[in-house]
Design a protein around this ligand. Structure first.
Ligand SMILES: [Zn+2]
Length: 328
């Protein structure tokens, strides 16, 4: 294990040095291919205090500039139609979750460079228009509480400042639960939320409005896709509820943008064959994952894997991993 890790570090270092020497294109040899990238959120300074889902808008713009110079940026539709350039890396940009920072910070950059993108939207039906994991990340960071009682278990803050019970973090614990249970988080941390809910923090949780979604949908550069309703792990809940989440998120979005929604991204990238079949049955022709569960799934043309942006490494390291197609 240790040897493998050293080998990995050395390989990454080698690639990073190549990039720093301006020899990154050398790596491109035999690295032609296709990638669908996943971003979640942009902010002004690439804050990773709350979670790993934010990169700064300047970093995003620098990446887009690099891609435009070296790679072929295409829409998700063209990606599925395999309209690739053979002699370079072909990239489609996607954003998951539907936070309004996508509209406020990413859209102006994408429009400036005329770069196509697809936005996968979580259609929360509750009054509280916030994704539970964004809520949990923020209250965990700001609460003075050292211990909380949730779903019959005491979760204590560990050395990483995460709430955990018997070695399982509260967030991971919630990815095994039904949304009816996850919702109890809002009660447990209600007081904390009231204390921290301020305009300065909105970037980290506020979802796009219907008007913003309509505006995006009307722009020929952009596409709206569905990302279920509650951001529960669809594999951990009943099949009926999971199918409902997939179906409703489609119809809710179609109602808003007055057009067909044909792309779906599984929350957390977790899925079952049955759920994939359901997606296809109800009219999703593009089904996006984060990692294939098993290799055989790569044979299904509707299913595509995606490469998630890692905010903890440098741009050169990210480019090296992107060329390789994985962080390993
Ligand atoms: Zn998501």
């Amino acid at each position: 294990m240790l040897l493998l890790r050293i080998k990995y570090r050395l390989a990454l270092l080698y690639k990073t040095i190549l990039f720093q020497l301006g020899l990154g294109n050398h790596l491109l040899k035999n690295r032609y291919g296709e990638r669908i990238l996943v971003f979640h959120s942009l902010d002004f300074d690439g804050n990773t205090d709350y979670n790993s889902r934010f990169v700064s808008k300047d970093y995003f713009e620098a990446l887009i500039q690099y891609f435009l110079e070296h790679y072929n940026l295409i829409s998700l539709d063209d990606f599925y139609a395999q309209k690739f350039k053979k002699d370079m890396l072909n990239i489609a940009i996607t954003f998951d979750d539907g936070l309004s920072n996508n509209y406020e910070l990413a859209l102006p950059i994408l429009e400036k460079y005329k770069v196509p993108a697809t936005f996968f939207i979580t259609t929360i039906p509750e009054n509280k228009k916030i994704i539970w994991s964004d809520f949990l990340d923020l209250v965990t960071y700001y609460t003075p509480k050292k211990e909380i009682l949730f779903n019959g278990n005491y979760f204590r803050k560990n050395h990483k400042k995460e709430f955990a019970y018997q070695g399982i973090t509260l967030k991971n614990y919630c990815t095994k639960l039904d949304y009816e249970k996850i919702k109890l988080l809002y009660e447990v941390f209600e007081e904390d939320w009231n204390n921290i809910n301020s305009p300065q923090l909105e970037t980290y949780w506020k979802l796009m409005s219907q008007e913003q979604l309509q505006e995006i949908a009307q722009n020929p550069l952009f596409t709206i896709g569905a990302h279920a309703m509650t951001h529960a792990n669809l594999v951990a809940i009943s099949k009926e509820k999971a199918q409902q989440e997939i179906r409703y998120s489609k119809t809710i979005l179609e109602d808003i943008i007055k057009n067909k929604i044909t792309a779906f991204a599984f929350p957390f990238g977790t899925y079952t064959d049955e759920l994939v079949d359901h997606c296809e049955e109800i009219g999703f022709s593009k089904i996006l994952l984060l990692d294939y569960n098993v290799e055989k799934d790569s044979r299904k043309s509707a299913l595509k894997n995606r490469f998630v942006i890692n905010p903890y490494i440098s741009k050169n390291q990210l480019l090296a991993c992107l060329l390789k197609g994985s962080y390993r």
